[in-house]
Design a protein around this ligand. Structure first.
Ligand SMILES: [Zn+2]
Length: 350
């Protein structure tokens, strides 16, 4: 499910209506951020789309000599973050999506950060290399007074000091203050004898990864619950998902369907015809459920109390799992019973 649309999304911005429709379909089954945030670790398609498009930005920055980059630059200019949005090309949509994801707060301004070496490939004004945004953004007034706006750092750094090329000798009051601020900021810079290189600040190793970017965006974008999801590796995946839906009262029981405004003939439990079909009744207080619980107690040979609700069951099982009471009983039973025997137990007894 997580890989849905990987081909299309790695190059094109998915229309919002399509994304919303797809998210809605997936959300009917499972939705949410990481296990810690109460989800099932299934990320959103929108985050995936953004992360895949941002990979183009990474490739563009770290492989400036590639032929395809030269072609893009010949058509769209030599700044990744500034293209003619009215052209409606695939590339301009891609760049706009990348820029929007930063301005919308899904990724930080300094997500793509230049580590300066000799400064020969880092543009003084446009690249983010000092602080968490470009100097063009922070000192826009001064930028317009510079005669050499396309300079790299190496162009402006000569023999151990900065060389400024302002269009007028007297910058004036406000600009002078900004200039002092700029000088103080860049005074920390010292050229070193190695190439400049790009880092992805979110990732621990500094390299771009779609997964890291996607997880980061999901963390901001997706709703989260204060209760972490417990995922038991030794039980089938579908059972884990069923329990997750059960814990969120998201099963299509008559009571829930009725609460969502669906017209159903009755909300009474169809198993016993005695009580409203909700989670607590169907799984705990229904007469058939009670019989099944008795069988489970006998099967596991485990001292288990009777439960009246999901909450009481959950608090008991959390305590029991920390003491490994249930785990031990289940494992012991599994070791002594083949899968064929287990089926026989279910068929004959339950
Ligand atoms: Zn019932």
């Amino acid at each position: 499910m997580g890989s849905l649309g990987i081909y299309f999304m790695s190059l094109f911005k998915c229309p919002e209506t399509v994304t919303k429709k797809l998210e809605a379909i997936r959300a009917r089954f499972f939705w949410g951020a990481s296990y810690e945030k109460g989800g099932l670790n299934v990320g959103s398609l929108q985050a995936f789309n953004i992360a895949l498009l941002q990979k183009w930005r990474w490739r563009y920055l770290v492989h400036p000599g590639d032929l395809w980059v030269s072609v893009i630059q010949a058509i769209h200019g030599n700044r990744f973050d500034k293209v003619n949005v009215s052209s409606h090309s695939t590339w301009s949509t891609l760049v706009t999506t990348c820029n929007d994801s930063v301005s919308n707060g899904f990724l930080p301004n300094d997500a793509f950060f230049t580590k300066v070496g000799n400064g020969s490939s880092v543009r003084f004004w446009f690249d983010t290399w000092c602080g968490n945004s470009s100097l063009f953004t922070r000192f826009n007034r001064l930028f317009h007074l510079d005669l050499n706006q396309q300079d790299t750092i190496a162009n402006k750094w000569c023999n151990g000091e900065w060389v400024w090329t302002w269009s007028r000798s007297n910058l004036g009051g406000r600009n002078s203050v900004l200039f002092e601020e700029l000088k103080s900021l860049v005074s920390q810079f010292h050229a070193v004898d190695r190439d400049d290189y790009w880092t992805f600040s979110i990732s621990s190793d500094g390299l771009f990864s779609v997964k890291v970017a996607r997880d980061y965006i999901d963390h901001i974008m997706l709703p989260s619950s204060s209760v972490a999801t417990i995922w038991f590796k030794f039980i089938p995946r579908k059972v884990n998902i069923f329990l997750w839906r059960l814990s969120r009262d998201a099963l299509p029981l008559h009571w829930n369907l009725s609460a969502k405004g669906i017209d159903i003939s009755s909300i009474v439990c169809p198993v016993c015809n005695n009580g409203i079909e909700n989670v607590d009744h169907l799984f705990f207080s229904c007469s058939v459920a009670k019989e099944i619980w008795i069988k489970i107690r006998v099967w596991l040979n485990c001292n288990m109390p009777s439960f009246g609700s999901w909450e009481s069951f959950l608090s008991w099982i959390e305590g029991s799992f920390s003491n490994n009471v249930v785990l031990f009983a289940v494992k012991k039973k599994m070791n002594n019973t083949t899968s064929k025997d287990t089926r026989a137990v279910y068929k004959s007894d339950v």
